[in-house]
Design a protein around this ligand. Structure first.
Ligand code: AMP
Length: 307
């Protein structure tokens, strides 16, 4: 199965307690595609300006990402995001957002993208997410991401998107903000009542929780890394691993969803080891397999007779 992603392709300026980097390759759709392309065919819908380095486009091409939906606007500037992390690496502080070519972007899907079975609406303006939803035909599963910016300034449109998708991926701070509820479990239940069938709450170094439509909950831990260098893109990478696994499994059953959760955490654990997609780009299938098995061991235990 193929996966379609619409989201940002960006140039990021990042500052973490461990270093700084300007104009690094970033964007929600970039992280997603780099991860998912290790597992399946990816179709990307996004926009860039003429300042976007060709070498980044080549990197995605080499990974067989279908760039039929990537528009380069002549005379336009690429979307830019500037972010900083303090001691708490789970929370990015946005210093600057320049929408640039995203301000006037109206995604038009190439004809062969419209029947993609798995669709991921990565973090972008909810209006653009809706435009993509209006063009796809009978997808098997649609997932979406969002951020505090849209929760604060585009709540109504965001709720419209929510009511039309199967799975929302959201980090815990954003879940609390959206639901107006401090407890993550209560927040998740409240968000399900807003219309989304299932949701994944990403909790940084504490892993991710999946709240299924039947009320059941599954938890996937984060890999216990000794050094987290740059958490940017961990959420989008998670989504790439998650959707890529569903595509590979060709199913959205409970067990496929659980494997997908673990693979999401496996992928994200590589992204945070270096700036940008530096580490993720180099990940091999063998490394993925090894870390996936380590995850199994992380939570495996025997049954002890009690009493
Ligand atoms: P994450 O760390 O997974 O939340 O995602 C980080 C990526 O999101 C960065 O590479 C940014 O370029 C991108 N990003 C930040 N703000 C926005 C926004 N308002 N719209 C779209 N993408 C964004």
């Amino acid at each position: 199965m193929s996966v379609l992603v619409v989201g940002s392709v960006a140039l990021d300026s990042l500052e973490t307690p461990f270093g700084k980097r300007d104009d690094a390759l970033g964007g929600s759709a970039t992280y997603f595609s780099t991860a998912a392309s290790l597992l399946t065919n990816v179709r990307l819908v996004a926009v860039i300006g003429d300042d976007f380095p060709e070498e980044h486009v080549d990197m995605l091409k080499k990974r067989n990402v279908d760039l039929g939906g990537l528009t380069r606007v002549k005379g336009g500037k690429t979307f830019r995001w500037k972010g900083k992390y303090g001691e708490n690496l789970n929370e990015a502080q946005t210093l600057d957002t320049q929408l640039n070519v995203f301000a006037d972007f109206a995604p038009e899907l190439p004809e062969h993208f419209k029947d993609t079975p798995l669709v991921f609406l990565a973090n972008i303006h909810p209006e653009l997410q809706l435009r993509v939803l209006d063009q796809v035909r009978n997808p098997k599963l649609v997932a979406m991401d969002t951020m505090n910016l849209w929760i604060n300034i585009e709540r109504d449109r965001l709720l419209k998107v929510l009511s039309r998708v199967d799975v929302l991926t959201i980090n815990d701070g954003e879940a609390r903000l959206l639901a107006g509820e401090a407890n993550v479990v209560k927040a998740a239940r409240a968000i399900q009542k807003m219309g989304v069938k299932a949701l994944i709450v990403k909790r940084g170094e504490f892993g991710a929780l999946f709240f299924d439509r039947d009320g059941s909950v599954f938890w996937a831990p984060a890999y216990p890394l000794e050094s987290v260098f740059d958490p940017t893109g961990a959420g989008d990478t998670f989504a790439g691993g998650f959707m890529g696994t569903l595509a590979m499994a060709g199913a959205t059953t409970g067990s496929a969803l659980r494997q997908a959760m673990v693979m999401g955490c496996v992928m994200a654990s590589f992204t945070v080891e270096e700036f940008s997609v530096d580490r993720l780009q180099r990940v091999t299938k063998a490394e993925l397999r090894t870390r996936f098995e380590l995850f199994r061991k992380l939570t495996a235990f025997d049954t002890v007779e009690i009493g």
